[in-house]
Design a protein around this ligand. Sequence first.
Ligand code: PRP
Length: 178
Amino acid sequence: MHRDVERVLYTEEALKERITELGKRMTADYQGKNPVFIGVLKGSFMFMADLMRTIDLPCEVEFMAVSSYGNKSETTGAVRITQDLDMDIENRHAIIVEDILDSGLTLNYLINYLNGSKPASIEICTLLDKPERRRAQVNPKYTGFTIPDAFVVGYGLDFAQRYRNLPYIGILKPEVYQ
Ligand code: PRP
């Protein structure tokens, strides 16, 4: 375990098992639909890569990048799109793939923005959900794990751009971010 991690919340094996379940559900739900999976960078890169291996459907993969936190642990509420979609999602079934849903401000903004392109449907798949922190109403159709309000890192999630490469999700030691 990394020395800055207090404890492991989800091991590689636990993540793999849960992501396989999500992939099976999505594969069943989107039969005949050719959905577009939209990963939100940077945090979702590892989840997206593993989730897509479990999806048995004709589908497309896209990425967007947004920025809201900078190096702070509290959101400012300001969301900025730094990389937009390469394709038109009009009349397409879109699934936004996120690593974590916290205040909901990022996804609330993104859903409104993407709805402007008139997709046939738009759903959210988030690996982690912290409902205690919600400030904007967002209802993910697919959630990996509902977690308490702890500072989690690894498996794509960062603190000040670090720890994204850890293969598990862990709780960061408070002395690291205080
Ligand atoms: C994280 C995460 C979501 C957002 C969720 O991204 O990937 O996009 O915060 O928080 P919210 O529900 O409070 O809006 P972050 O801004 O840390 O960027 P990153 O994906 O590049 O790590």
